[in-house]
Design a protein around this ligand. Structure first.
Ligand code: NAP
Ligand code: G4F
Length: 329
């Protein structure tokens, strides 16, 4: 049976991927950072089959040790500073982890895998396209579209994307990038707009809070379900030849549309009295519109997303209503 090493095991995608690989019979190692990571207990409780290794993407020696301990067939590099807004506040740490961390991981693989057997997945992102008018194809961004990142996060990810391609071309490594559009779900961090909304709407419905503060409401995103997207990551590592793929739904929706469905789920037809705008949640440069074209992944990998936009909002609302009901006295 195969062995996988996952960075970012405490994150949203790390959880979905651990579940998927466990169903497939993998031995799973996860990298956890920090001397007392608050998410360690959650991971241990939810995924007891994951063996945790202490390491950090900024510490290459720790990654070499992790490779020597896990001896993986596949490495999924999901670890990153992944919040776009935060990357403006801490751009250098973002570059160290989200950008140079990819190089640290690739070099750790090269040093410990002289036979070039390990397959590597890099978590690239639609943020690399930047959503600018001049480079936006009608059917959505695909694998050949131009990049124009609009945040320190997007720039760091673009470095990770190109260094992955460079290692594939230079050293013949099986190294691929999945260019994933936004994917959400019940494991999404509360700092991201979808989960911030579904959690707040549940709390408003249950009388636990009276409003939600958000930044800009007009940006549009191509939002899918994270459970569908980890299937695509796995498929990318099972091909005869390594290549890069876009995963997306092919639909785009504004934050206002997300609010419409979320509030409707709890019987509130007009959300405006409950939403206040706060400039603290606006960004120095915004990505206006993201829309992806997943044709290549659909035709070559046989990947297809199952959950649609209303289904995504509904499943997140159901989860948060159940979660927050425990806080009602
Ligand atoms: P997430 O929930 O924010 O998880 C990020 C993970 O990175 C956490 O486990 C975090 O661990 C870990 N991490 C941060 N700094 C680290 C370091 N120095 N060393 C090792 N690990 C570190 O992100 P996600 O939504 O699961 O996304 C997974 C990956 O896909 C990320 O690289 C993200 O940028 C990328 N991506 C996400 C989306 C999306 O819509 N979700 C779309 C495209 C690409 P701690 O618990 O220690 O903080
Ligand atoms: O939920 P967001 O923070 O996600 P964003 O910036 O699209 O990034 C996510 O998707 C990327 C893929 O395209 C990933 F690479 C990245 O790691 C992350 O997972 O913000 C979505 C939109 C933005 O336009 C933001 O300005 O929502 C807007 N927004 C409005 N009010 C807000 C808020 N975003 C957050 N986080 N919090 C707000 O209060």
């Amino acid at each position: 049976m195969k062995t996988a090493l996952i960075t970012g095991i405490t994150g949203q995608d790390g959880g979905h991927l651990a579940q998927l690989l466990n169903e497939k019979g993998y031995t799973i190692y996860g990298i956890i950072r920090g001397q007392n990571n608050p998410r360690r207990k959650e991971v241990e409780a939810e995924f007891p089959y994951v063996k945790l290794i202490e390491a950090d993407l900024t510490d290459q020696s720790s990654l070499v040790r992790a490779m020597m301990e896990a001896k993986p067939d596949e490495v999924y590099n999901l670890g990153a500073i992944s919040h776009v807004g935060y990357s403006f506040k801490d751009p250098m740490v973002t570059m160290d982890i989200t950008g140079k961390g990819v190089l640290n991981m690739l070099e750790a693989i090269r040093l410990t895998d002289p036979e070039n057997k390990v397959r590597f997945y890099q978590a690239s992102t639609s943020e690399m396209y930047g959503g600018t008018d001049y480079n936006r194809p009608e059917k959505g961004y695909n694998e050949s579209s131009l990049f124009h990142p609009r945040s320190p996060y997007g720039v760091a990810k673009l470095y990770g994307h190109w260094i992955t391609k460079n290692y594939r071309e230079s050293y013949n490594m099986y190294a691929v990038s999945g260019i994933l559009f936004n994917h959400e779900g019940e494991r999404r961090g509360l700092e991201f707009v979808t989960r911030k909304i579904t959690n707040a709407v549940a709390r408003i419905k249950l009388g636990l809070q009276d409003h939600i503060e958000l930044g800009d409401l007009w940006p549009k995103r191509d939002w899918g379900y994270a459970g569908d997207y980890v299937q695509g990551m796995w498929l990318m590592l099972q091909q005869d030849t390594p290549d890069d793929y876009v995963l997306a739904t092919g639909e785009t929706h504004s934050i206002e549309e997300f609010l419409d469905i979320a509030f409707n789920e709890v019987g509130i037809s007009d959300w405006r009295p409950y939403v206040k705008q706060n400039p603290a949640f606006m960004r120095p440069a915004e990505v206006d519109l993201l829309l992806g074209d997943p044709t290549k992944a659909e035709t070559q990998l046989g990947w297809k997303r199952e959950v649609d936009f209303p289904g995504l909002v509904k499943l997140m609302m159901e989860h948060d209503l159940e979660l927050e009901a425990k806080n009602v006295k």
